[in-house]
Design a protein around this ligand. Structure first.
Ligand SMILES: Nc1ncnc2c1ncn2[C@@H]1O[C@H](COP(=O)(O)OP(=O)(O)OP(=O)(O)O)[C@@H](O)[C@H]1O
Ligand SMILES: [Mg+2]
Length: 228
């Protein structure tokens, strides 16, 4: 579904990505792992057309995405839950969900079923939501664009344990329904049972990639690149 090859990117003169290769198959859950500042968010920004890569290719269902504006990435089927959530602060929960919606199987009813709290809070403004409610809203909003690939940058960062558990439950449900997901998070215990494959990024390069079984068995790898 998604094939990234030789991806390079920079912020002005400072180079950040040095030739990344990874892929996500149809119906797969894949991760991008790595310590702070290694290039995970930069990679996501390239996928979404928010940062123009300096080289390489990003093919989604065979079509090249590099050079396309952000709305094309959404049209192609990429849905992002961004780092920091970026809820529209002055819109209500319902307006946030509808603002970027696109036709497809996901509707308000489906999102409300997935996250009942969003139904209860439907008239609250973005600014009135807790961090957990904002993250559920960000996931709901991304689903409302009916993405072929759902991308979560820091899926559970900074959230309370119960909210984290709720988000992992929902991601498991989405996977079971065939949704392809690319997830960034630091909680390996939750990612190992969920994901099919992992890509570890170290200073803008792929340091390791492999299956959950391989990663679970390799304590040295976890310590060296993930600080676990
Ligand atoms: N807008 C920017 N301008 C200049 N440098 C940036 C910018 N955004 C990020 N960087 C730098 O690029 C590198 C990669 O950052 P990036 O945000 O992609 O890392 P990350 O893996 O997502 O980290 P984290 O786990 O903390 O979210 C870092 O050295 C960071 O300081
Ligand atoms: Mg990041």
């Amino acid at each position: 579904m998604l094939e990234v090859e030789g991806l390079t990117a920079a912020y002005g003169p400072s180079r950040v990505l040095f030739g990344l290769d990874f892929s996500v198959g149809t119906g797969e859950v894949a991760t991008l792992l790595g310590r702070n500042g290694m290039g995970k968010t930069t990679t996501v920004r390239c996928l979404m057309g928010l940062l123009r890569p300096s080289g390489g290719s990003i093919r989604f269902e065979g079509a090249e995405l590099i050079g396309c504006p952000p709305h094309r990435a959404a049209q192609a089927g990429l849905g992002l839950v961004p780092e920091g959530r970026q809820i529209f602060p002055n819109l209500s929960v319902e307006e946030n969900l509808i603002a970027t919606a696109r036709p497809g199987p996901w509707s308000l009813e489906g999102v409300r079923r997935l996250f009942p709290v969003l139904a209860e809070r439907r008239n609250a403004l973005g600014t009135q939501l807790s961090g957990g409610e904002q993250q559920m809203l960000a996931i709901g909003r991304a689903l409302m664009i009916n993405p072929k690939l759902l991308i979560l940058d820091e899926a559970t960062e900074g959230l309370a344990p119960l909210v984290r558990a709720e988000i992992w439950r929902v991601l498991g449900e989405l996977k079971a329904s065939g949704q392809a997901i690319l997830v960034i998070d630091k909680n390996l215990d939750a990612l190992l049972p969920l994901a099919d494959r992992h890509t570890v990024i170290e200073k803008g390069q792929v340091a390791w990639s492999g299956s959950s079984a391989e990663l679970a068995a390799d304590r040295r790898l976890q310590e060296r690149y993930l600080g676990v």
